[in-house]
Design a protein around this ligand. Structure first.
Ligand code: GLN
Length: 452
């Protein structure tokens, strides 16, 4: 713990943390020592972790990287972080993210973006984004400030930053980890998961985080297997789906090569690649950008200046609401609230929201059909390696395209794991994504273990 506290202090320039809690960490580490001496160590005893600042943590500031939650200190602990604590984990603090988890770069954080610890060989001085929204988590793990971190993934927010920072991350099946106490973005998509250096570390962390929680009605009453035990190294006979729709014209050549390399590794280990089709993939992005903002606009209605964080005084109650929300929400969040309220409005509900829900079902059915013939699906995680912090355009659609490979999985509620598979010619990590059947994270860990 002490070594990791030092690392967080030495690497503050990465802006990975929003709130550091070194004293709390030291106390937890001491308790952990005592438990170990008493022979009562938990699965994660003494392991220093970082927590994405979207998880409510009792007595510790929780910001969702938004101005509107200024000074908000929860009275309670999220189930996932409570589970980690119960397993003995130590928390070094709260990690940076895109505001309310809306973004793919960390640049929408009110506290400024976290910085990717990796740099290009061609231009080592250029600062790169760590991806998002769990960018602070990915940067902190990659920079060895923590041994693991929590993330949340709504449309790619664990997998894409894991790929950009050369680490492993898994978005579990929707319902595997409780959402209770996690600041809500899009409730039918949000799912907490672990980010760490190795597949095995992710398996151990997920084992501690997961489990049925009566406080979240969408938490699944399924048993938590010993995920680490799935890492047998034996994938002989497994069928690996390669979706043709994930090979768009103009796919980055190095991303494509990494994918071919991954397919070859699996073949060498005795698995069989199978071409599959997920025909509704092309609708995933438009569907996501209707469903996610719709749910966000509803979830974010609670930030009204009365109950949480920021309040900007006004001449009347309505005026106070307006002023608080105008000052408290950043540009991307406001854009999503506008889109969401539009697609849910009486005149447009059927044309947009109801239609998107139908297409979402078709996207999910594509996967159900594919999994009748294959055991796991392999794709790239993101269409490129990490990009520069100043390279980003002002065009939101270009930014949204970062999640083309991760969003279909989210809409279908399936588990998706990203693991690093090598560096591109500019020295930056590239990731591949494994997608599995519902609640079959074990196959993802097993296959990823072979590719590591
Ligand atoms: N980048 C996507 C978005 O901006 C996904 C974010 C997420 O998974 N939280 O909505």
């Amino acid at each position: 713990t002490e070594a990791h506290i030092k690392a967080t202090e030495a690497k503050r320039a990465l802006n990975a943390f929003i709130t550091e809690t070194p004293d709390m960490a030291r106390d937890q580490a001491k308790e952990s020592d005592a438990r170990r001496q008493a022979g009562k160590a938990g699965a994660l005893d003494g392991i220093p972790l970082g927590i994405k600042d979207l998880f409510c943590t009792k007595g510790v500031l929780t910001s969702a990287a938004s101005h509107i939650l200024d000074g908000f200190t929860p009275q309670y602990e999220s189930t996932v972080t409570a589970n980690l604590k119960a397993a003995g984990a130590v928390s070094l603090g709260k990690l940076n993210l895109d505001e309310f988890a809306m973004g793919s770069s960390n640049l929408t954080s009110y506290y400024g973006g976290a910085v990717n610890p990796w740099t290009k060989t061609s231009d080592p001085s250029a600062k790169l984004v760590p991806g998002g929204s769990s960018g602070g988590s990915a940067a902190a793990v990659a920079a060895r400030m923590v041994m693991g971190a929590t993330g949340t993934d709504t449309g790619g927010s664990i997998r894409q930053p894991a790929a950009f920072c050369g680490i492993t991350g898994i978005k579990p099946t929707y319902g595997r980890c409780s959402r209770w106490g996690v600041v809500a973005f899009a409730s039918s998509l949000d799912q907490p998961g672990p980010m760490a250096r190795t597949v095995e570390d992710c398996a151990l962390l997920l084992g501690a985080m997961a489990g049925h929680d009566p406080k979240d009605s969408t938490s699944a009453p399924v048993a938590v297997p010993n995920f680490a035990a799935a890492l047998t190294g034996d994938i002989r006979g497994l069928k690996v789906g390669i979706p043709q729709e994930y090979r768009p014209d103009g796919l980055n050549a190095e991303v494509s090569q990494a994918w071919e390399q991954g397919i070859q590794w699996l073949k060498d280990a005795g698995a069989t690649p199978v071409e599959i089709s997920l025909p509704h993939t092309k609708y995933a992005l438009p569907v996501y950008y209707i469903v996610a903002p719709a749910e966000a606009s509803s979830n974010l209605a609670r930030y009204d200046g009365v109950r949480f964080g920021l309040r900007v005084p006004g001449t009347s109650l309505d005026d106070m609401y307006k002023k608080t929300r105008a000052a408290g929400f950043g540009k991307e969040v406001r854009r999503r609230i506008m889109i969401g309220t539009y697609v849910l409005s009486a005149g447009y509900y059927d044309a947009y929201y109801a239609k998107a829900q139908k297409v979402r079902r078709l996207i999910a059915e594509d996967f159900t059909k594919a999994f009748q013939t294959v055991d796991v699906i392999l794709t790239p995680t993101a269409p490129s390696a990490a990009f520069g912090m100043t390279e980003t355009t002002d065009d939101p659609v270009t930014m949204w395209l970062n999640d083309v490979f991760t969003i279909p999985t989210s809409l279908a509620g399936l588990p998706g794991l990203s693991l690093p598979v090598g560096l591109n010619s500019d020295g930056l990590p590239l990731g591949l994504q494994l997608i599995g059947r519902p609640f079959d994270e074990e196959t993802l860990f097993k296959v990823a273990g072979v590719m590591e």
